[in-house]
Design a protein around this ligand. Structure first.
Ligand SMILES: [Zn+2]
Ligand SMILES: [Zn+2]
Ligand SMILES: [Zn+2]
Length: 104
């Protein structure tokens, strides 16, 4: 009893690894945004550095990426629920969805 549900959960994870995850519906409502800055303002204010910058595709907020020490783009998502970000200067065609946790 109960083992069937466990097997089903494992199967779902396997499907996701094969690229069968539900498509990201967040990209459907994208409109062009203008980046509001050329730096991570929070890092700059504290004299800290970053690896890459992401621009929020909902409001244009610019913050440091998840592989930077301070994760300010992630903090922006947690504050605002804006799901999509693109690397600043990438032409916004390489997008990350925080909700779906993958490139979209
Ligand atoms: Zn999404
Ligand atoms: Zn930052
Ligand atoms: Zn935003």
């Amino acid at each position: 009893m109960g083992s069937g549900g466990y097997d089903l959960a494992v199967g779902v994870q396997y499907l996701n690894l094969n690229g069968s995850a539900p498509r990201c519906e967040h990209v459907d409502s994208l409109v062009p945004v203008t980046p509001l800055a050329a730096t991570c303002r929070e890092c700059q204010a504290r004299g800290l550095g970053w690896l890459r910058l992401l621009v929020c595709l909902a409001c244009g907020w610019v913050a440091c990426s998840d592989d930077s020490p301070q994760h300010h783009a992630l903090a922006h998502y947690e504050e605002t629920d804006h799901p999509l970000a693109a690397e600043l200067g990438s032409g916004q065609d390489h997008r990350w969805c925080y909700v779906h946790q993958r490139d979209v």
